[in-house]
Design a binder for this molecule. Structure first.
Ligand SMILES: [Mg+2]
Length: 212
């Protein structure tokens, strides 16, 4: 028997239902995270992390301990709450939520960052049904029957695809290969992501002139 079948989520569906359970990552999906991480790396260790040269998921310019320090710094309450969402991200998620889809916000960060994360989502006006801060994102998606994961990490993309979860992402240098090789809805920005997911979610692209 195909071993991959054993890894599929029990609730993963081969066809997308009318109400879609959507999981949405935060860093580099809802807001521009890389420049924040790079600034922390430069400030702490004098190491720049050029976005356009980040062709894979590994951050080899920093030692693991240095990377951990930089991620911790960028996931402090003040840093979380200061983030600004990508253009059209909030409007798009709001339209999906208003259409009845379930919104699970999920981030690879410690659970103690959850209150600040919720405050941030409330400040930017992004509607959600639940927020999950932990390090087992795709397993959790399986447990709660997520149909579609929106996440920039090539590791999460591959893991979700293996489990039968549909995947979409904002395009970044580090996920270019997986976008080219796998069945991933990939878009350079949120307006185009909304457009490309319209057939799946039944929510049309934002009309020009529509208030934000
Ligand atoms: Mg991310």
């Amino acid at each position: 028997m195909d071993q991959r079948l054993h890894r599929r989520c029990p609730a993963a569906l081969t066809t997308i239902p009318g109400v879609v359970r959507i999981a949405i990552d935060i860093d580099s999906t809802l807001h521009q995270y890389w420049c924040v991480l790079s600034e922390a790396a430069k400030r702490r260790f004098g190491v720049a992390l050029p976005y356009e040269e980040q062709y894979d998921w590994g951050v080899t310019r920093l030692r693991p301990e240095q990377l951990r320090v930089c991620i911790e710094e960028t996931h402090r309450d003040g840093a979380i709450e200061a983030s600004e969402p990508y253009p059209d991200a909030v409007e798009t998620v709001r339209a999906w939520h208003e259409a009845g889809h379930f919104i699970h916000i999920t981030s690879h960060r410690v659970d103690s960052a959850r209150p600040a994360t919720v405050r941030w989502l409330e400040r930017i006006g992004l509607p959600f049904d639940e927020v999950y801060c932990s390090f087992d994102k795709v397993s959790r998606c399986c447990q709660i029957g997520i149909d579609l994961l929106i996440d920039d990490s090539p590791l999460n993309i591959a893991s979700a695809l293996e489990r039968g979860i549909a995947v979409a992402t904002i395009a970044h240098p580090w996920n270019r290969d997986v976008c080219e090789e796998e069945d991933v809805v990939c878009a350079p920005d949120w307006a185009q992501l909304r457009e490309r997911l319209a057939p799946l979610l039944g929510v049309p692209p934002r009309a020009s002139g529509e208030p934000r």
